[in-house]
Each structure stands twice: as structure tokens, then as C-alpha cells.
Design a protein around this ligand. Structure first.
Ligand SMILES: CC(C)(COP(=O)(O)OP(=O)(O)OC[C@H]1O[C@@H](n2cnc3c(N)ncnc32)[C@H](O)[C@@H]1OP(=O)(O)O)[C@@H](O)C(=O)NCCC(=O)NCCS
Length: 179
């Protein structure tokens, strides 16, 4: 039974988003943040801009509980020819551990596979981000490997884990490299 609803961000959401986007514990493993209020405002304004695009390739949405955004979630096309995409999510610390991110990933996968017509959706996270790793595992993603020195985050280079899920929900056959 879904508990969250998902909708476009509006400027009125800036304070609620800033509550979690400015929290250093929330952004500990993220490539961004903790945000200043200006950075949160720029994020919220940028997130809603894609809704007017004719051939929309990204959904950056508010995850709403009892009328208030408690998280930011997104799925987007990274390569239209290959039909590859990526997803990501962040939730307010007060709501962790209650299955909300896993519920949101289910919605993002529907958007990605059905609306964006993707064939493959990937997600990366820091190897220390046990909660996010668990969300991806519970959602049916397969760990593909470790991207060494993948991100420059707050002045430090970091590895990432690369996960993916395919349209049919299965890891898929291992293709010979020569194909
Ligand atoms: C990662 C995050 C989205 C998870 O959200 P959530 O709503 O708590 O996720 P869920 O409740 O759906 O699932 C979390 C799972 O991780 C597990 N988990 C959380 N912290 C853990 C830890 N330190 N070690 C091991 N498992 C952990 C939970 O027990 C749960 O698994 P379970 O259902 O098997 O018990 C949330 O912590 C968050 O917003 N973090 C900051 C932003 C972030 O890191 N985003 C992802 C960037 S890649």
C-alpha cells in the first residue's frame, strides 16, 4: 500500500527541502551539500523546469508524506540512443528506516521503464553508504563493480559502487566482451 505521493516541486517547497538538504548527516555520502538556502532554491527551481520540456527526459520529484515533501527523488535518461538512465534519492533523516526510499525507487523504476522507455537504469553510491546499498539490493539492482576514484567530493576523490537494473528486472546474461 503506497504511503508516499510524488509531484513536481514548487517554490513553496524550498523550506521543507532545505530542512534535509542542509543537514550534514543527510548529505554525508552525497556528491552535493550540505546546501546553503540559495543552493536549495536553485535545486528546487531547476527541478521543476523539466516539466515543460516537449520530449521530457528527466523527472525530479518531491516525495510527499501527509502533504509535506520528505524527500527528493529523480530518474533521468543519460543516453537516449542506448536507452540508459540513472536514478537517485534523498530523504529527511526523521523518516529513515521506514521503507520510504524503497517505495520511491519502485515508483522511479516505473517512470524509468514505462514513461522514459529505458532499458537499463543505473545508480551509484559511496561504498560506505550502507542504507543506500540496501535500498538498491531490496529493489532488485545488481552490483556491477566499484568505480575507482569516481567522484571529487568536497575536495576528496571517492570510489563509487555501480548498480544497475534492466527492463525485465533480471540481471541479464553476461555478454562476451567481443560482442
Ligand atoms: C539512503 C536513504 C535514502 C535510505 O532511505 P530509507 O527510507 O531509510 O530506506 P529504506 O527504509 O527503504 O531502506 C533502508 C534499508 O537500509 C538499512 N540500513 C540503513 N542504514 C544501515 C546501516 N548503517 N547499515 C546497514 N543497513 C542499513 C535499513 O535497515 C533498511 O534495510 P531493511 O529494510 O532490510 O531493514 C536515506 O538514508 C537517505 O536519504 N540518506 C541520505 C541521502 C543518500 O545517501 N542518498 C543516496 C545517495 S546514493
Amino acid at each position: 500500500m503506497p504511503r508516499l505521493s510524488f509531484r513536481e516541486f514548487t517554490p513553496a517547497d524550498i523550506p521543507a527541502v532545505h530542512d534535509y538538504a542542509s543537514d550534514a548527516e543527510v548529505t554525508r555520502w552525497s556528491t552535493w551539500g550540505p546546501n546553503t538556502l540559495d543552493q536549495t532554491a536553485a535545486f528546487v527551481e531547476g527541478a521543476s523546469r523539466a516539466q515543460g520540456e516537449p520530449d521530457r527526459s528527466a523527472y525530479s520529484l518531491a516525495a510527499v508524506l501527509d502533504g509535506r515533501p520528505i524527500g527528493s527523488v529523480a530518474v533521468w535518461t543519460t543516453d537516449p540512443h542506448d536507452r540508459n538512465g540513472e536514478l537517485g534519492y534523498t530523504f529527511h533523516r526523521a523518516h529513515w528506516g521506514q521503507g520510504y526510499a524503497t517505495e520511491a525507487v519502485g515508483r522511479l523504476l516505473s517512470l524509468g521503464f514505462e514513461t522514459l522507455r529505458l532499458e537499463r537504469i543505473s545508480a551509484t553510491c559511496h561504498p560506505g553508504n550502507a542504507g543506500s546499498i540496501r535500498v538498491l539490493e531490496k529493489s532488485g539492482f545488481t552490483l556491477e563493480g566499484r568505480l575507482r576514484s569516481h567522484r571529487l567530493v568536497r575536495g576528496v576523490r571517492r570510489d563509487s559502487l555501480l548498480f544497475s537494473i534492466l527492463r525485465n528486472g533480471h540481471p541479464g546474461p553476461v555478454q562476451p566482451i567481443s560482442e
